[in-house]
Design a protein around this ligand. Structure first.
Ligand SMILES: Cc1cc2nc3c(=O)[nH]c(=O)nc-3n(C[C@H](O)[C@H](O)[C@H](O)COP(=O)(O)O)c2cc1C
Length: 296
C-alpha cells in the first residue's frame, strides 16, 4: 500500500512502532522494519549518546530497512544532552526521528540539516498545527486511548482524527488504541495516512517484557487487561462495618465487571482519577444505623 507516510519514510506498510521507554530496543525496531513498517528505537532508554550510537549500530546489523529513533523532550532538572543524541542519530545514518513530549522547535534546524524526516507526536489539533508550522514532515496524532502520555485534553480518536484531517496539510498517522488491520482501515477512513502502535508491539516476542504481561494483553477484554471476562462475577465489595443487611436489607447483588470497581488493583489505578476530579467516584455510604437497644 502506498500512502504519504510510506512515501515519506520509504517503507512498505503505513505502520509505525512508536517509541517506548525500556521497550524500544534494536530487536523490536529491526523486526518491525524488516516486516515493512517503521521500527523506532527509544533514544533516552540509552543512558548516553554513546550507548544510543551502539544501539543504532546493532539495529543496522539486524535490518537494511529504514528505522527511526524517538526523542522525548520532557521537563527535567538536568536535561539530557539532546544535541549529542542528535549527533549520534545523524552519524548512525538514521533518517527518521519521532519527537514527543514538547515542541522540537529548537532542534529542527539540526535535524533538517542532517536530512532527517521528523514526525512529532501530538495529542491535540493545535499542537499538530504548531508542528506543521515549525517544519515537521508529519505528525502522529495520539488520541486519549494511547499508551504512554495521553496529553491533557482527553479527546478520543473518533473525534480527534477527523478534526486533524480537516486542519492539517502534512500527513499524519493515527495513534492510540490501534491494534490490527481494522484499526488501519478505520484510520485511513478518518483521513490518516497510516497508524502508529505502541501497546500492540509490547505483546511481541521481540519486546523485552515479562511473558505474563504479554499474556495479560493477549487475553484482555475491552474492560480490563488480565483476562477478566464479562461473564466473570466478582465478590461483593468487602465492608468494614455491618452493612445494610444487618438492618434487614436484602444481601448485596454480586458486582458485575462492568461496574467501575473491579479489583483491588483496579481501585488503586483509579484513585488518582478520583482525586483529580476532586470528588469520590461513588457517593459515600451513610454510616450503618445503630443497633437497637437490648430488650429487658
Ligand atoms: C510502555 C510504553 C512506553 C512508552 N514510552 C514512550 C516514550 O518514551 N516516548 C514516547 O514518545 N511515547 C511513548 N509511548 C507511547 C507510544 O509511542 C505510542 O504513542 C502509544 O503507545 C500509542 O498508543 P497505543 O499504546 O494504544 O498503541 C509509550 C507507550 C507504551 C505502551
Amino acid at each position: 500500500m502506498k500512502t504519504a507516510i510510506t512515501e515519506l519514510f520509504g517503507i512498505k506498510h503505513p505502520i509505525i512502532q512508536g517509541g517506548m521507554h525500556y521497550v524500544g530496543f534494536a530487536e523490536l525496531a529491526a523486526a518491525v522494519s524488516n516486516a515493512g513498517g517503521l521500527g523506532i528505537i527509544t533514544g533516552l532508554t540509552q543512558r548516553t549518546p554513546e550507548l544510543l550510537a551502539k544501539e543504532i549500530a546493532r539495529c543496522s546489523d539486524m535490518t537494511d530497512k529504514p528505522f527511526g529513533v524517538n526523542l522525548t523532550f520532557l521537563p527535567s532538572f538536568t536535561a539530557p544532552p539532546y544535541p549529542e543524541y542528535i549527533a549520534a542519530i545523524k552519524e548512525g545514518g538514521v533518517k527518521a526521528v519521532e519527537t514527543a513530549g514538547r515542541s522540537p522547535e529548537q532542534y529542527m534546524p539540526a535535524l533538517k540539516a542532517a536530512g532527517i524526516k521528523v514526525i512529532h507526536k501530538c495529542t491535540s489539533v493545535r499542537h499538530s498545527l504548531k508542528a506543521e508550522k515549525i517544519g515537521c514532515d508529519a505528525v502522529s496524532v495520539d488520541g486519549f486511548e494511547c499508551g504512554g502520555h495521553p496529553g491533557e485534553d482527553d479527546i478520543p480518536n473518533m473525534i480527534l482524527l477527523p478534526r486533524a484531517a480537516d486542519e492539517l496539510k502534512i500527513p499524519f498517522v493515527a495513534s492510540g488504541g490501534m491494534a490490527d488491520a481494522r484499526s488501519l482501515v478505520a484510520a485511513l477512513s478518518m483521513g490518516a495516512a497510516g497508524m502508529n502502535m505502541g501497546t500492540r508491539f509490547v505483546a511481541t516476542k521481540e519486546a523485552p517484557i515479562h511473558d505474563n504481561v504479554k499474556q495479560a494483553l493477549v487475553e484482555a477484554t475491552e474492560i480490563l487487561a488480565g483476562g477478566l471476562r464479562p461473564e466473570d462475577e466478582l465478590a461483593p465489595e468487602p465492608r468494614s462495618g455491618p452493612g445494610p443487611e444487618a438492618a434487614g436489607a436484602p444481601p448485596a447483588e454480586p458486582r458485575r465487571p462492568s461496574e467501575k470497581v473491579l479489583t483491588p488493583e483496579a481501585e488503586i489505578v483509579d484513585q488518582p482519577i478520583d482525586r483529580l476530579k476532586g470528588q469520590p467516584r461513588t457517593p459515600q455510604e451513610p454510616p450503618p444505623p445503630p443497633p437497637p437497644p437490648p430488650r429487658r
